[in-house]
Design a protein around this ligand. Sequence first.
Ligand SMILES: [Zn+2]
Length: 383
Amino acid sequence: MVWLGPGRHLAPGVVRIVAGRVVAIERARGAVPPRALFPGLVDAHVHLQIPALEQPERDFVRWIGVVMRMRAQADEAAHRAAAEDALRRLCADGVTAVGEVDSTGCSIAALRQVQLAGVCYRELVGFDLAAAAARAQVDEASVHGTRRCRAGLSPHAPYSVSPALFRSARRTGRLLAIHVAETPAEQQFLRTGRGPFRNLLQRLGKLSAGFRAPGVGAVEWLDGLGMLGPRTTLIHAQCIDRRDAERVAARRSPVVVCPGTIHYFRRPPPPVEQWLAAGIRVALGTDSRASNTGLSMRGEMALARRLWPALDGEQVLAMASSHGGAALGRPSLGRIGVGRAADLVEYPMPDSAMECIDAFTRGAAAPDAVWLAGRRFAGAEFG
Ligand SMILES: [Zn+2]
C-alpha cells in the first residue's frame, strides 16, 4: 500500500525510484510483500542540540533558566554530539525532514551528514537590541543551507526579541520560525509589562529603562511588526484566542504544535480541530528532549490522537507529513509524488490499509526501513 494523503492510497502499489527521486507510482502486478509506504515524517519543530534535563522542571520561566545554563556549559563538540544523537533517533523512527532551531551554528554539519531535508533556522535572541546590533546579529546568522536543507532564521519569541531584531530578520526574506504565545505569562508580559518575564529580563539585564509593553497579545504584536505570513511558522500558539486564530488563518501562517511539550508542562491542548477547520495548516513537532520524554514523531502522533480524539489517523498522519512540509515553506516535503525526493517510511502491514494507518499513528511497531532521498538510513552515517 502506498499512502498518498487522506483518502488516497494505492493498494497494492509500488514506487519506482531512480537517482533518489520517485519516477513512478503504479498499481502492483503480482504478489508484493505486506508493506506500507508512508511519506517520510516531518518534525516541524525541534532543537537538536538541547539534551534532556537531569531533573524535570515544569515551571516554564525556571525551565528557560535551566536550559540557558546548560547551553552555556556545553562546548561545540557537545552541541554537535547532541545534534547527531538526536538525528540518529529521529531518522530511525521515520523522520526525513526537520524544522531545526539551531542556537549555535553546529547543527548544519550534522544535517548535511545524513542529508536530511527541511529548514535549519538559526536562532536570534536579543530583547534589548537596537537596529545596528540587530542587523549585525542577522548578518552573522545568515548562513547557507545544504542541498536538501534550506537556511532560515528563528527570532526566538516576543519576550526575547526586540522589534528591530524582528524587522531585520523579516527583511532578509528568509523562512522564519517564531515561538509565540506559549504561556499565559508571555501574554501577560506583552499586554501589561508585568509578571515572571519582566523579572527574568530584569535579572538578565535585558530590560531597558524606557521599556513600554506593546499592550497587545503576541499574535497582534507580531502582526503589527509585519511578521505574519505563509513563510513565518508560529510555534506552539498555545494561548491564542479565537480572534488571534482568525488573524493567523487570514495571514496564512502555519502553526506547529508539540504534543510532548503540552504533556510535559501539563498544558491544556489548544483547539487544533478548530484551527484545521479554519484552514490553518497545523503540523507536529517533537520540540527538544528538555521538554519531552523522548524524541519520536511516532510518539507525537500517538499523543496527538489522545489529545485531539476527534481527529482520525489520516488527519494526524497528514499533520506529521504534508502539513509539516507546508509549515516549513517546503510543500514538496512530506508527500510521496513523482519527481519528489524518495523520502519514505516502510512499515509492516499485516492487515488492511486503515488498520495499518491506525497502528502507525498510535505509535505501534517501529518502521522496517527509512529512506532518505532513496538511500536507506542505517544509523552509521555519523561515523
Ligand atoms: Zn522550541
